[in-house]
Design a protein. Sequence first.
Length: 60
Amino acid sequence: ASGEKDNSSEGIQNGITHAFVVQFPTAEDRDYYVKQDPAHQAFVKSLDGIIEKAQVIDLL
């Protein structure tokens, strides 16, 4: 996983200021991470009240 703060000069970020990329070898691995992985669930919970807006995009 990796993450960075936005630094685009295009001005079309629609309020998104940071991005995280997590790559998985299979859709099954991704599904486990999203639905069952305790580490992911803890990460999401840790952001409660910190982030105002989230957007998720899946690429397979």
